[in-house]
Design a protein. Structure first.
Length: 121
């Protein structure tokens, strides 16, 4: 039993490291794309970031925005999509895609994201 908790500890540390470094990278993408496209904001900016960062087509990027909004902006109170929501959704999705044997995460990645991505984004 003790080794199982050690494995969980190591996994949780790795998840936090991933969430922190990936959040920083996503913040850098935000700043880079925003600087080049000052006329873009909100959803159009987020979509452009996803297209440039991941090589997605605009329709696929728009789908990620819809799923981000459904995951974080509809309950308990409806609110506007923020970049922070998109980053949270993308990081969890990419992490789980790269670790297919996991059923979830041990880390609250949203808490890590919110320490890196400013609240106004």
């Amino acid at each position: 039993m003790r080794s199982h908790s050690f494995i969980e500890f190591v996994l949780a540390v790795a998840e936090r490291h991933y969430a922190r470094s990936a959040s920083r990278a996503m913040l850098a993408w935000y700043r880079r794309v925003r600087r080049r496209n000052e006329q873009l904001n909100g959803r159009s900016l987020y979509e452009r970031i996803l297209v440039e960062r991941s090589g997605l087509d605009p329709m696929a990027a728009a789908g990620i925005l819809v799923r981000s909004e459904q995951s974080f902006c509809e309950w308990p109170v409806r609110r506007q999509l923020r970049y922070r929501d998109v980053v949270h959704y993308v990081l969890v999705e990419e992490y789980l895609d790269s670790h297919r044997t996991l059923r979830g995460t041990l880390t609250n990645m949203g808490a890590v994201v919110s320490r890196v991505i400013p609240p106004e984004l």
